[in-house]
Ligand binder design. Sequence first.
Ligand SMILES: Nc1ncnc2c1ncn2[C@@H]1O[C@H](COP(=O)(O)OP(=O)(O)OP(=O)(O)O)[C@@H](O)[C@H]1O
Length: 261
Amino acid sequence: MKICVCGKGGSGKTTIIKLMADVLRDRGCKVIVLDSDESNPALYRALGLSAPPCSLMESLGGKRAVQEKMRAAMARGEEEPALSIWQQDSMSLKDLPSDYVAENRGIYLIQTGKIERSMEGCACPMGVVTREFLKKFSLHTGEIMLVDMEAGIEHFGRGIETGVDGVVCVVEPSYESVLIAQNVMKLTSSSGASFKGCVLNKVMDEDQEMNLRSLLDESKVPVIGRIGYYQEIQKASLAGMPPTCDRATAEMVPIVDRIFK
Ligand SMILES: Nc1ncnc2c1ncn2[C@@H]1O[C@H](COP(=O)(O)OP(=O)(O)OP(=O)(O)O)[C@@H](O)[C@H]1O
């Protein structure tokens, strides 16, 4: 199953992916994380890995080469500038050169690419590469893919969700985060993917959880679990270390059960 994790900037997508990956790996799954957030530089650290030496974008000759292919496709009148970037109809983890994958104890990381220079242009090529990669990437038995999305909802405009089976939205205790969750649910159903529900994150106490749940309930946005606010996670983040917290991992177990049932 391929699941993408989205939500407001800073809501905790990276943290939730790390906690989810640990629970799945401990159940014997091979967890493949696709980092499609072009502006987040630290997912690999959160996973306790080194960054892979090459990104998918680099494997295609860089952003400019992909942009040129997209322009050529549009000039040919193709409505959807899908890139025939990878020759094979499908590919899997074992087909990727080792330079494109970082691994540690059953958790694998692949990166679409990052914004590296000022004025290098919009992030559309990254979105197209992510979408096409997800469509072509086949999972073998026991493999699960988690996709870390860029903040907000712009990726829906690039159709990235058409390549995944389900969408999870992380919601922190803020009204803006609730509004984004409402939009994510709406946009997911129009993409054909299944909306798995929201994970409440950084919840301080029961009152806050109830308020958040009732706001989401009003717009019929399902909640599949909650993770508390933990100092250990904050401290690890400041130190550039993986967010490890036993209580948060325990809270993630029933959430994983609901997503992957
Ligand atoms: N449950 C939690 N308890 C305490 N702090 C948390 C929790 N979840 C996330 N944080 C902190 O909130 C900040 C943002 O978290 P994170 O990087 O996971 O968010 P994100 O949604 O991936 O961000 P971005 O939008 O930049 O990709 C980090 O400092 C992280 O340590």
